[in-house]
Design a protein around this ligand. Structure first.
Ligand code: NCD
Length: 315
């Protein structure tokens, strides 16, 4: 069995696998973000020419799948896409996860995987000779989303320390907030307010480990939000993680963000992010505000951060 790299990365380190945002540090992120900014502003060279990246998605995706596909192709590489392998690959005939990984890693130079169960990217990494990139493992982590979220905050605020932020929505099941909080905790003097229905609070263990490095404050209503937040990050309630859909229906609309709320409890300098997709938690009247970055910078940055990451791993 291959030993998975867990050490902290230096700026020119070539990671074996990307499984958790915990693998990174400030030095590596700074170098990745510089490369991301370069890619945004320069003619792109086909540095992945001759490389094949397999995208294996056991869960639905729009942005993550399409941006990885686009990132590989813009860098001159090619992709093999397995969307819904449960129905459309030999998994439907009973092939095991491990066998599927063994086969696909033979044909590709890297494998991007999304799976409903936490830990499955790690499991794939344990049996793979090529880099595995976690594109979301159930309620676990979504490290590449955190990269684009952090890059978007950095681009807008010119810093990733001394920030005051608010996360709203499903802290229990939202993998994007799990990775984002870990990433923000690398930096000094950040404070993050968490607003969620009571039964969707951050998992205890995660809350304890992050609180050792960064101040977290759980709040209960919009009225508790400090006025001068640098960013708000909204997430949908993760319906697919509920055993009881009645429970989901009861709480899905508890915290709906509107333009009026943002301008009342935030300021015009408070940037608004959302990993998307949105359902009902983010009112459309927010879309045209200059500080709403989810349809502008954030999804575009998803492409460029993933390009920068692929270059780090494969070139
Ligand atoms: C997120 C995900 O899949 O975790 N979406 C994404 O990757 N952009 C967020 C979500 O599904 O709510």
């Amino acid at each position: 069995m291959k030993v998975v790299q867990t050490q902290k990365l230096s700026s020119n380190f070539k990671p074996d696998h990307i499984l958790s945002i915990d693998q990174f540090n400030q030095v590596f992120l700074e170098s990745l973000f510089k490369e991301t900014a370069r890619l945004k502003n320069k003619k792109i060279l086909p540095s992945l020419a001759g490389k094949i990246v397999c995208l294996l998605f056991y869960e639905p995706s729009t942005r993550t799948l399409a941006s990885f596909d686009s990132a590989v192709k813009r860098l001159g590489g090619e992709t093999i896409i397995f969307n819904n392998p449960d129905d459309l690959s030999s998994v439907a005939k009973g092939e095991t996860f491990a066998d599927t990984i063994r086969v696909l890693t033979t044909y590709a130079d890297a494998l991007v995987i999304r799976h409903p169960k936490p830990g499955m990217a790690q499991l794939a990494a344990n049996i793979s000779d090529i880099p595995i990139i976690n594109a979301g493992d159930g309620i676990g982590e979504h490290p590449t989303q955190a990269l684009l979220d952090l890059f978007t905050i950095w681009e807008a605020k010119k810093a990733l320390s001394n920030l005051k932020g608010l996360l709203i929505g499903d802290m229990l099941n939202g993998r994007t907030v799990h990775s984002l909080l870990k990433g923000l905790s690398f930096y000094k003097n950040n404070i993050v307010y968490l607003l969620s229905p009571k039964n969707l609070r951050l998992p205890k263990e995660l809350s304890i480990s992050i609180s050792k490095k960064m101040r977290l404050v759980e709040i209960e209503s919009f009225k508790d939000i400090p006025k001068n937040c640098d960013f708000w990050y909204s997430t949908r309630i993760q319906k697919e993680r509920f055993d009881d859909l009645e429970e989901y229906e009861k709480i899905k609309n508890k915290f709906i963000l509107t333009k009026n709320l943002l301008l009342t409890y935030g300021t015009e300098k408070t940037i608004l992010l959302h990993p998307l997709p949105r359902v009902s938690e983010l009112s459309m009247d927010l879309d045209d505000l200059p500080q709403s970055l989810y349809f502008k910078n954030q999804i575009q940055n998803g492409l460029y951060t993933r390009m920068a990451l692929l270059k780090k791993i494969l070139v």
